[in-house]
Design a binder for this molecule. Structure first.
Ligand code: 13P
Length: 282
């Protein structure tokens, strides 16, 4: 059964570990991630960007696919189906109406007042459907779905005002992370992370998990991060394995070709779940 993220992230907050969000791109990725998390007894969040939603044929197609795979594979761990970086109230509403159990509204490109206004509207609608809401303040850097952003660090006072005014369940304060590959060393503001966590008392979310050093991930978790998003590292693991195997394997059946990256993707999922401490937390 699909669940929203409230119980899994509040449990993670109390027990000091983080739940991974892995972004999905197709049926096979979804299956590989579900199978590995079941084996590890780890809760998991399946993230779907708007670009991935369009690629896979809309929110309802994805919700049905995920639901049916969970059934077919006898998945017993907690699985949340989450919209990643919803750009408007309408997009979030469409995901909720299709059966997504959680949404992120990302109105962080607007002024604080407008971010509050849009986020509040999403929270009101989501609450009536038992769907959890994540929202962003400041700006995660890098590139996602073709959009390039510079980093803007979230402020403590604005984070507090934003959380109180909107009633969100989880806050993603941008504190130096980027989507995609880092140019140089990731520079996360852990002091501010800890302050925001203490004052808001909300489970915090770290975007741009790929490329953040293991020690920094651990420090982030002890500073209040309860959910960490990974996409790029899975893509690199899968595509590198595929490129390597195709050098000596002349298969043309797409089922066999896509599966060439299965082991590498599952290994990446295992490493992240172990690093985040989510193994055996279901
Ligand atoms: P990476 O692609 O850098 O892992 O970031 C994923 C992410 O934050 C999705 O929202």
């Amino acid at each position: 059964m699909l669940v929203n993220m409230c119980e899994m992230l509040n449990k993670a907050k109390n027990e000091k570990y983080a739940v991974p969000q892995f972004n999905i791109n197709n049926l096979e990725w979804t299956r590989f991630i579900l199978e590995k998390c079941e084996e590890l007894n780890s809760p998991v969040i399946l993230g779907v960007s708007e670009g991935a939603m369009k690629y896979m044929g809309g929110f309802k197609t994805i919700k049905d696919m995920v639901n049916d795979l969970v059934d077919y594979l006898n998945i017993s761990v907690s699985v949340a189906l989450h919209l990643d970086h919803g750009s408007s109230f309408e997009v979030c509403k469409n995901a909720i109406d299709a059966g997504f159990t959680s949404v992120m509204i990302d109105a962080s490109k607007y002024s604080l007042d407008k971010n509050i206004e849009i986020t509040k509207q999403v929270v009101e609608y989501a609450k009536s459907k038992n769907v959890s809401v994540e929202a962003e303040i400041g700006r995660v850097g890098g590139s996602e779905d073709g959009n390039n952003n510079g980093i803007v660090y979230a402020h403590v006072t604005e984070s507090v005002e934003f959380s109180k005014a909107t009633g969100i369940d989880f806050l993603a304060p941008a504190l130096g992370s980027v989507h995609g590959l880092y140019k140089g060393e990731p520079k996360l503001n852990f002091k501010r992370m800890e302050e925001i966590s203490k004052i808001t008392n909300l489970p915090l979310v770290l975007h741009g998990g790929s490329g953040i050093y293991d020690e920094q991930i651990k420090k982030a978790i002890s500073s209040g991060i309860c959910k960490i998003n990974f996409n790029t590292e899975l893509q690199i693991a899968w595509s590198n394995a595929l490129r390597e195997k195709l050098k000596t394997n002349s298969s043309y059946d797409p089922r066999k070709v896509i599966k060439m990256g299965e082991e590498a993707l599952k290994e990446c999922v295992r490493i992240k779940c172990e690093l985040l401490g989510s193994v055996n937390h279901c």
